[in-house]
Design a protein. Sequence first.
Length: 522
Amino acid sequence: MARTHQLAACPRCAEPLDASDLYCGGCGYDLSAVPGPPAGPPPPAPDWPQARETDGTGRPAPVLRASDLPATVSDTSARPEQPTLPEGVRLPEEAGVPAEPGVRAGGGPRYVTDDRPAEHPEPPDSDYALAAPPPVPPSPPAPPGAGAHVPAQSAAAPVPPRPEAAPEGAQGVPGPNASAPGTPAPGASPGAPAAGAPASAPEAAPDPRLSPPPPEPGPVCARCGAGRVDADGYCERCGHAQPRPRDHMERELSTLAAVSDRGLRHHRNEDAFAVAATALPDGATAAVAVVCDGVSSATRPDAASLAAAQTAEAALMASLPRGTRPEQAMREAIEQAAEAVNALADEPVLPPEEPGQNAPACTLVSAIVTEELLVVGWVGDSRVYWVPADRSATPYRLTEDDSWAAQMVAARLLSEEEAYADERAHAITGWLGADAYELEPHTAAFRPEAPGSVVVCTDGLWNYAESAEAMAALLPADSGSRPLDAARTLVRYALDSGGHDNITVAVVPYPAPGEPVRLEAR
């Protein structure tokens, strides 16, 4: 569409224009959208009224000129374009807020966005007279004893209507015995709100978008002490893998204690232990310690050791109070533990086509300590040591390993030093498991004649102290009264020595005097 008037420059970017241009060559502005000049002569200037000489108080009334008002001009063609209000929006005076007399809010014509007429409609292009606002009457003096000064309401402020009188005693109307506003109600506590006082508004709940939700409760990282541990066992803050529940275990009873640790080289603890105490039919106390070592080359060795330890302990706790001889109770407990480990082989865990699946297996060693007797039982290469309280007496190793090295020494083919220096030394020849050749539980009974301590341990400890003399040198002298500290000391020694295997130690003090004299062995 051709323009009806000539523009010398683009109204947007001031680019010079030709008479035939329909679009700006600099910014592409559509020149046909520029409105043309107003047709006809400009409207005459408004006839401003004369202000009053006085305002009623004896002072000259102020005279306001059009030039004194920044939003009022006498030339309608130069009047700034009024902003267009969004749909549904009204000016304050049209929303029910009264304005001061003689002054128009907004400095321009009244806008309405609905079909309701304005209170004083005026042509949009007409000027209007402005007058000075009337003086505000002075505030009345405050009554005697009043507190802070309350400013008087504006003359234009609306006065709320008085409510109609309601019958006395109606809902919301105080009766003759009601308390005056601002005074506590009769019988109310000193901290109760005053009668007639407005109830405090309930505290607004915090916006969850403005503050992060509080962290959910859960375990805290054992390494950094600040991050939460996720379901996979890793810290969400430092990423450190958290110790499993079996990585380090301790238990202390009044008569014995045990400690187990994962060590420094294995990714899990495949050892397990069980300690307990029970009363015999004659009223004497019997302490029981069971220590099992999972065979790492087998499937689920940790499950095998745990099942064997728990089953053997339960069997001993059931048979000893009934009066079963300790040697017979020990043999039956080992046999029941073997059945529990064999049952694990019937539980499918890995897919059948996956290679490397075999039967779970473990070793077992146990000790029963009474007031007059010490009974030990074992299958595998875990050991029991006797360390007398008098360190000048001779310590003993009370078990013999089911291992290649032990067989070489028993057959007098190799010395003990040569046998245990061989790489086949720890190859076991007896264990609990479905693929064991034949179960041959070993039991032995001793009658100590002097106080001392019984050390029940796996090869994770005795690898660093094989002889009885070396074990006695490591055991603290107060092991009879503080068995837990003694077990911790032995585990710490194994860790400091390299910790190549899982470490489990149980220390059982022997209260009766005497040197262990071997009675029988099977």
